[in-house]
Design a protein around this ligand. Sequence first.
Ligand code: ATP
Length: 365
Amino acid sequence: MADIRIQNLRKEFGSFVAVQDSSFVVHDGEFLALLGPSGCGKTTTLRMIAGLELPTSGNIYLDGEDVTFNRASARDIAFVFQLFALYPHMNVRKNIGFPLLSQGMRKAEIKQRVEETARLLQIGHILNKSVSGLAGGDRQRVALGRAIVRRPKCFLMDEPLGTLDAEFREVMVHELRELHNRIHATTVYVTHDQHEAMAMADKIAVMNHGVIEQFGTPQEIYSKPATMYVADFIGSPPMNFMRFTSGLQMGSRSILLDGVDVLVPEIRQDLAEGELALGVRPEHIRFSDSSPLRGAVYGSEYLGTNQVVAVETSSGLIKARVPANRNFRIGETVGLEFNHSNLALFDCKSGRAVASALYSEAQHG
Ligand code: ATP
């Protein structure tokens, strides 16, 4: 296996910039998810790593070797697509073994490698079946088998579960991560689905308009979003934003929101001008009768173990994830209390987190 190093990678299609100067490293054995909405440049990034698209500028290193201008076939990378093309006239065994046959490998060795791969994917029982009769999940397992059997340096996967229905998808998310734990193959996985990325990846690159907005572990991306875009894209419901005009000085411990003092982590720089947004995840809000920050219940969504209650405040609609054991009336007044060490603060103009405000008490207290 290998590490992948991307340096200032850029792709222009005419005057349109699809990928803007991306740099990141996927360490040997790591699983990276490229996450973002349709059109943000995920597939283009993946295709450049695969050698299917030439970058406009920048470099790609595979295990230390500069492969930027190497042909796809010379990169020893396996690509798994969403539309998994299997050979319909061949059975599962032949489909999986095909890449080895093309390499001229001896039949006995192919047999051994195919059976080993089938064991890994737990599809030994369908090896002699025709692929045309297989269900979506099994077809995807066979497609994975065809990629794994070559023992490539790394795997690139482009929305491989996109065509599966929700139930199968969940099973395959679990299986793919299990498989990764067994073979530790360096993997880059493209998805627009935050749940897939959070469940499978060691690291996530959140992309927006060709730019990597944040690169980090799922925990970092969720709990310390670098931008409002990331805070909004990750989390369901996403982070709430409450905008206010700044005037904060270094050392401040509170902000004025709707005329109410709200305790925040210590501000580590002067934020004298402009509009800021206080960011709070729904699960970091509590209802408290004594809180002066008040709003009216707008609606609630019962989720079994908890409920999401929307509250209309003068800073806009705020969603709180609270225990399911209390009923709320529409229009009922509630007081809101925030877990201050989990709050985030953003500069609305740049959209970037004012990072110094994100330290928790534990980190600098
Ligand atoms: P999706 O999931 O929809 O494929 P994506 O994040 O993978 O989204 P890309 O496929 O990388 O996005 O495309 C990024 C942008 O580049 C899109 O606006 C797309 O229209 C444009 N693009 C991609 N390939 C080409 C091309 N060959 N010529 C012109 N524009 C292209």
